[in-house]
Design a protein around this ligand. Structure first.
Ligand code: TMP
Length: 259
């Protein structure tokens, strides 16, 4: 690998300096964490699959007019993205009760929500990403009111689009997390979608069997993580059945050769 400057290392991705100013290379690792990194593991080939799934979803979202940081996929684990000033808020969109919402309010997982719920969490690992409201965001200046309007509008449009995308392949989009960033165009700040969209940050349930096809398989020790991620990619048409083993085998082969 050519030497290049690492800008940031997160739990599932690394950001490197890009080839041009204002760009970064986003590298997808196989590392998986849960519960604020108290649980750690590796999901073999996850980075390759998430890179493809995120590319696909971001490209489709751009097609419906959602501005995103994605520029192009560079190779199996890397994509070229626009550098953004990350808004320190994790936006969670929920359609069905699951996870922390179920725990917090004592409502059974799987209960459909009469309306979509948006939640905000302050992006701070040391604090365990505490839940916050618009009031905290405004008070501490993490985003302006105008930016929060843009963010919530986009989150709802993304949810509408993705719910349809997954429903069409027999998957229920239960909930998911989004991150946004700020870019400066002629001295004006603009909000764009950043980070990734993959089974790491979405709950995806098979519509007929209810089977979990996302990171809950890892969080809850259910096993079959790789197969679940591959199944999502396959249904999205990203891994033709015959090729799916080849993709991962090819990478293993390359690693063995030290490339
Ligand atoms: P939660 O039920 O644990 O709050 O998670 C809601 C959704 O957000 C779920 O699809 C997983 C995703 N998520 C992340 O991507 N990163 C996180 O740090 C957390 C807490 C949730």
């Amino acid at each position: 690998m050519t030497r290049r400057r690492q800008i940031y290392e997160g739990k599932a991705k690394i950001l490197y300096e890009g080839p041009e100013p204002g760009t970064l290379i986003q590298y997808f690792k196989d590392d998986a964490t849960a519960f604020n990194a108290q649980k750690k593991g590796i999901i073999n080939g996850k980075g390759v699959i998430n890179n493809r799934i995120s590319e696909h979803v971001f490209t489709l979202l751009a097609g419906i007019g959602i501005p995103t940081h994605f520029i192009k996929r560079l190779n199996m684990r890397e994509q070229l993205v626009r550098q953004v000033e990350i808004v320190p808020i994790e936006v969670v969109v929920r359609n069905v009760v699951a996870g922390s919402l179920s725990k917090r309010l004592g409502i059974e997982e799987g209960t459909p929500l009469g309306r979509t719920i948006l939640e905000y969490y302050y992006k701070d690992d040391a604090l365990g990403d505490p839940m916050i409201t618009d009031e905290h965001i405004a008070c501490f200046g993490w985003a302006s009111q105008e930016e929060m309007h843009e963010i919530s509008d986009m989150a709802i449009r993304i949810n509408d689009f993705m719910s349809g995308l997954f429903a069409a392949i027999g998957i229920r989009l239960v909930d998911f997390k989004l991150e946004f960033g700020r870019v400066w165009d002629n001295d004006y700040p603009r909000i764009i979608l950043a980070d990734e969209i993959s089974p790491d940050g979405c709950r995806l349930w098979d519509m007929t069997s209810g089977e979990k096809l996302d990171k809950d398989r890892f969080r809850r020790d259910l096993g079959g993580e790789v197969e679940a991620y591959q199944e999502v990619a396959r249904r999205l048409g990203l891994l033709p059945e015959e090729a799916e083993h080849e993709v991962l085998d090819l990478e293993t082969h390359r690693k063995k050769r030290g490339k």
